[in-house]
Ligand binder design. Structure first.
Ligand SMILES: Nc1ncnc2c1ncn2[C@@H]1O[C@H](COP(=O)(O)OP(=O)(O)OP(=O)(O)O)[C@@H](O)[C@H]1O
Ligand SMILES: [Mg+2]
Length: 267
């Protein structure tokens, strides 16, 4: 069973308060180093899936049935202390335009150093060096300058690279990315997509990328999940879903994706 499985979402239901389920009978099984793309319309439950995995459902959100296993352990049984150790290290997350990660009032360097020191015993100087090294890995030229900048002084693409650099600091086994490229222009979007794929090549990082952009998901992913109204209406290997979609909804999404350079890639 669990052999090679890094993450197993087993038939979960998620409810916010007493409302009817937002997510119903949702399952996903993911191997180390795999890239999973989750697509679907607004409100279909994409963010809910990754927040459930991160143990960070907003408001009254709760997994009311099923289980989520990470390397064989139930995340639903994790204590606050266990989560504190796991989140930001083995499992980390990046958001759209880093809105959820970066504080606009503080310089990148001080935020990066604080993040590193929350998750390690490192001294300030050492943490600063590691931060700069991570920025260089994300191909941000002049890391020192970036460290000394406020978020608004950077372009959207640079901010997103900073967010990914921070999230990759402790070489997570699983990176959860919620619309990481949606706020970016097409060229920058393509660069970030390629860099995320390099992370997998270099560190064997498993990635769940949530996007409304089927072209991006199809380009990056080994495994595709198409969601509608809180359910996975199609799920399988990328080729399987693209070539043999079972739902009308997936077919309509595919019809809307233009062909570019022999590759389906939506702007
Ligand atoms: N904090 C919350 N409180 C109550 N209900 C919520 C909350 N967050 C989400 N929901 C419910 O869950 C549904 C799915 O939301 P979710 O954010 O997972 O969708 P999504 O697919 O990520 O949409 P989008 O593409 O717009 O980001 C929403 O339509 C809403 O009914
Ligand atoms: Mg969302």
């Amino acid at each position: 069973m669990g052999m090679g499985k890094m993450l197993e979402i087993k038939d979960i239901t998620v409810q916010y308060g007493n409302n009817f389920p937002t997510l119903e009978h949702f399952g996903l099984s993911m191997k180390k180093g795999e890239i999973v793309g989750v697509v679907g319309e607004s409100g279909s439950g994409k963010t809910t899936v990754i927040r459930a995995v991160l143990g960070a459902l907003p408001g009254a959100g709760k997994v009311t049935s099923g289980d989520i296993l990470f390397e064989g352990d139930s995340l639903l049984a994790y204590s606050k202390e266990e989560w504190r150790k796991l989140r930001g290290t083995a499992i980390s997350m990046i958001f759209q335009d880093c809105g959820g990660t970066l504080n606009p009032m503080r310089k990148i360097g001080s935020q990066f150093v604080e993040y590193i020191r929350t998750h390690s015993q490192m001294g300030k100087k050492e943490a600063w060096e590691l931060g700069r090294e991570m920025l260089a890995k994300m191909r941000l030229p002049d890391g020192e300058n970036v460290m000394n900048s406020y978020p608004h002084q950077l372009s959207g693409g640079m901010r997103q690279r900073v967010g990914i650099a921070i999230a990759m600091t402790f070489q997570p086994k699983l990176l959860l990315a919620d619309e990481p490229t949606s706020a970016l222009d097409v060229t920058t979007q393509a660069q970030i997509v390629r860099q995320m794929m390099e992370l997998r090549e270099q560190n064997d990082t498993g990635i769940i990328i949530v996007t409304h952009n089927l072209g991006v998901a199809a380009y990056m992913s080994d495994w595709l999940v198409v969601m509608q109204h809180g359910k996975a209406v199609d799920q399988g290997t990328r080729d399987d879903v693209l070539n043999h979609p079972t739902s009308e909804y997936t077919r309509s999404l595919l019809d809307a994706v233009p062909e570019m350079e022999g590759m389906r890639f939506v702007s």
